[in-house]
Design a protein around this ligand. Structure first.
Ligand SMILES: Nc1ncnc2c1ncn2[C@@H]1O[C@H](COP(=O)(O)OP(=O)(O)O)[C@@H](O)[C@H]1O
Ligand SMILES: [Mg+2]
Length: 465
């Protein structure tokens, strides 16, 4: 980038001297003999720096400095003084000049001062650029995105801050459902209360009931003390029911009563506890379909589906990948320690052409592995090659031209492996959900997974805190 420098001095000799000096160093130069002329130039040309004589006709360097800094806060000023008048120089700096130089000056002295100022400017520009990347436009409550649909979701979340409406968040695994749930809670007026999350798929029915409703001492063998359930714990705050599709039909009915009456009865107790919380649920299934199949109660579905938020999969917002990557690198301690702050263009290309069945979570995992592999400070293509949750065959067998060189048997094998990985990932390693998605039985799925070396643990979500 070429920097343009404005020289303001009534002495043509000095002007000429500075001009030659700067031109030698490949700076662009404009000169002015008066303050008015200087302002005219600045109105027309974008300059990076003004070198201003302290004594100029029609004004003085100090007032000119002040005026420049007021109108163009990004333009730096260096003051030149013929009298070694420290007092004037100090005043100029108070008015916003970056540095001062005394006449007669040494070439090196003035070049050094110039470079110092421009370097500082470059750093400031870089910082403000990075900041603007992550400013309100792209970031919201720990989420970053430059995608239109995501921005509409950010707006919805903001509008939910003012009320207690029940929210149903749907989206594939790893699209940020829990992050959205937290944002709704922490942006809202209930942020003083607890955010209580429970993964409904993690408990068999009987356990889920005591987790949610709690119990009193002696309610059953082994209940040696009272236990406060998650529902009661969330009172005053937010209850987040993750993987809500896995709640059994009888439990749906029990929960429905709680949601309607806002009260619970603990196991083994006869006391009724009033509760008051916002309900947020999340799912990676199509619940309307489940209602159609009789897998979900219609009344329960309507009760939880008041404000629906549908998160788009990452492959539908590839423009977010560079942004997510830089955010993840910024937050990764090892990347920070080793000053890894970016990806090569080819590496980014690689990431942007992949289909990300595991969405943002998978991107995070791939990046974590790449950070470990990377030798230098830039993540290279080889560091992210073979992206995918388990095996490197993921990316092949899904229609790249070179894949058609394979024998059909091998092509089909790879396609099946990629398909199964995607489905397992979408259902967080859930066998019955994945099997029904693929319309095969669980035993067949197990057999195929074994054949492809796929393990369900690799597709599981990390347990929610
Ligand atoms: N828009 C986003 N910006 C930054 N990080 C995100 C974003 N969406 C998701 N993540 C990250 O991706 C991971 C998965 O998000 P999570 O909310 O757990 O997904 P889900 O509940 O849909 O499976 C988390 O580490 C989360 O911080
Ligand atoms: Mg989740």
């Amino acid at each position: 980038m070429v920097h343009r420098i404005l020289i303001v001095d009534d002495d043509p000799l000095i002007c000429r001297q500075l001009e030659d000096l700067y031109r030698d160093r490949k700076y662009e130069v404009v000169t002015a003999n008066t303050a008015d002329e200087a302002m005219e130039h600045l109105e027309e040309l974008e300059c990076a720096l003004a070198v201003v004589d302290l004594k100029i006709p029609g004004s003085d360097g100090i007032s000119l400095t002040r005026e420049i800094r007021e109108r163009w806060p990004d333009l730096d000023v260096i003051i030149v003084t013929g009298y070694a008048s420290i007092k004037g120089a100090v005043e100029a700096i108070r008015q916003g000049a970056s540095d001062y130089i005394t006449k007669p000056f040494e070439r090196e002295e003035i070049l050094l001062a110039t470079e110092k100022v421009l370097e500082k400017r470059r750093l400031l520009d870089e910082i403000s650029y990075l900041r603007s990347q992550l400013s309100d436009r792209y970031s919201f409550a720990n989420m970053v995105s430059r995608n239109r649909v995501m921005h509409e979701i950010f707006e919805t979340i903001q509008s939910l801050a003012q009320n207690d409406a029940t929210v149903l968040i749907s989206g594939e695994s790893g699209t940020g459902k829990e992050l959205v749930a937290r944002a709704i809670h922490f942006q809202g007026r209930r942020k003083g209360g607890r955010f209580v999350a429970i993964n409904c798929a993690a408990f068999p029915d009987s356990l889920l009931e005591s987790e949610l409703f709690g119990y009193e001492r002696g309610a059953f063998t082994g209940a040696t003390h009272d236990r406060v359930g998650k529902i009661e714990l969330s009172s005053g705050g937010t209850l987040f029911l993750d993987e809500v599709e896995s709640i059994s039909l009888p439990m749906q009915l029990k929960l429905l009563r709680t949601l309607e009456q806002r009260e619970i009865e603990k196991l083994g107790g006869n006391r009724v506890v009033t509760v008051n919380m916002r309900i947020i649920t999340a799912t990676n299934r199509n619940l309307e379909e489940m209602v159609g199949n009789g897998e979900m109660r219609e009344d329960f579905f309507y009760r939880i589906n008041v404000v629906p938020i549908k998160l788009p999969p990452l492959r539908d917002r590839v423009e977010d990948i560079p942004l997510l990557v830089s955010e993840m690198l910024r937050n990764n301690p090892m990347a920070r320690e080793r000053s890894i702050s970016r990806l090569s263009n080819q590496a980014l290309q690689e990431l942007m052409s992949y289909s990300w069945p595991g969405n943002v979570r998978e991107l995070g995992n791939v990046l974590e592995r790449a950070i470990l592999k990377t030798a230098g400070s830039v993540i290279r293509e080889v560091d992210v090659q073979g992206v995918g949750p388990v095996v490197g065959t993921q990316r092949s067998g899904v229609g790249r031209p070179q894949d058609y060189d394979l024998p059909i048997k091998e092509y089909m094998r790879r396609a099946e492996s990629a398909y199964l990985s995607a489905v397992l990932s979408r259902h967080s390693g859930g066998i019955s959900a994945s099997a029904s998605h693929a319309m095969i039985d669980a035993a067949t799925l197990h057999r195929k997974m074994k054949a492809h070396g796929l393990k369900r643990e690799d597709f599981r979500e990390r347990p929610s805190k």
